[in-house]
Design a protein around this ligand. Structure first.
Ligand code: ATR
Length: 293
């Protein structure tokens, strides 16, 4: 990476707390260099209580755009001027574009998930998605899939109440598409059918508790399903290891991270993201991070 920051350089970045382990700076800065774009991506650690000032800072400093990560994806909504359709439906923002002081919020998490599926040759229109978890990530994925058209959505979550709430939100978009089942392996096994897409959206299996998994029995998995884990630390979680051994098609969490970043890149620059370059630098830097994007 060799970029001279000049008076003309457009600044983008990430706001969150913490952000020091984010892989987004290396992914974006190398993509800007590769295309010879006069942009620079900077981490902005925003302490709790300073979100309001930070958002005004985007306007005041003419920052071109930012990614938004934990814990601000929902809290930032009332502070910006406009929302994309997806961000409004999901109720969370992970990307902001600054157009002459007017801040528009987007959510590229669901799109990132969808593009990761497409890149693996999987079309969700033909399939049912079984989502384990009902937090922010499940919400972005479930709502985006419902907006795009999916064969069906089954939710299973430790808190039934939270799953029920998300089910209602999804069914508002596509009536009757979503149902909730109890949070245990047997219940999932009972509904599992050939071609289903099983997704872990919980932090179970994330470093340092790498022995954890939302599914504990190796014989649960059948080779005719697709298994996606959005955890990317470690890249091969226990959940994916068992699925792979059973012969399932598996998709790793860094693919969602890659495609949500590529979508943000396109929002800021208006140029097609160099996905292969971004993937290369993401992969070579995996291991130096925690949970933030
Ligand atoms: P994110 O916004 O990144 O999705 P989150 O909102 O904290 O994170 O949601 C995490 C999801 O993982 C939740 O659905 C949570 O279940 P609850 O709704 O019951 O809290 C689930 N989760 C987290 N830790 C879990 C654990 N140890 N066992 C089962 N589910 C867990």
């Amino acid at each position: 990476m060799n970029h001279n920051i000049m008076g003309t350089t457009k600044v983008v970045g990430i706001i969150g707390w913490p952000v020091e382990h984010s892989l987004s700076p290396v992914m974006h800065n190398n993509a800007f260099s590769y295309l010879g774009l006069d942009y620079c991506y900077v981490p902005f650690p925003v302490k709790p209580d300073y979100l309001h000032q930070a958002v005004n800072g985007i306007r005041a400093l003419s920052i071109k755009g930012v990614n938004v990560t934990v814990p601000y994806k929902e809290r930032i909504l009332p502070l910006i001027d406009e929302l994309s359709n997806e961000a409004a439906q999901i109720g969370a923002v992970n990307t902001i574009l600054n157009e002459n002081g007017r801040l528009k919020g987007y959510n590229t998490d669901g799109l990132g998930f969808y593009k990761a599926l497409k890149a693996a040759g999987i079309n969700p229109k033909d399939r049912r998605a079984i989502l384990i978890g009902a937090g922010g990530a499940a919400r972005a994925i479930g709502i985006y899939l419902a907006l795009k058209g999916v064969g069906g959505i089954i939710l299973t979550n430790r808190s039934q109440e939270k799953a029920g709430y998300l089910k209602n939100e999804i069914n508002k978009i596509s009536p009757g598409i979503c149902e909730v089942i109890p949070f245990n392996e047997n219940s999932i096994k009972k509904v599992l059918q050939k071609g289903d897409l099983l997704v872990n959206t919980t932090p179970l299996g994330m470093s340092p508790k790498i022995e954890d998994s939302p599914i504990k029995s190796a014989d649960f998995f059948r080779e005719d399903i697709v298994v996606f884990d959005i955890v990317y630390n470690p890249l091969e979680t226990m959940f994916l290891k068992m699925a792979k051994q059973a012969g399932c098609c598996v998709i790793y969490g860094d693919e969602m991270l890659l495609y949500q970043g590529a979508a943000a890149f396109e929002i800021w620059t208006g140029k097609e993201a160099p996905v292969e370059i971004m993937r290369k630098f993401l992969k070579s830097n995996l291991g130096n991070y925690t949970k933030s994007t």
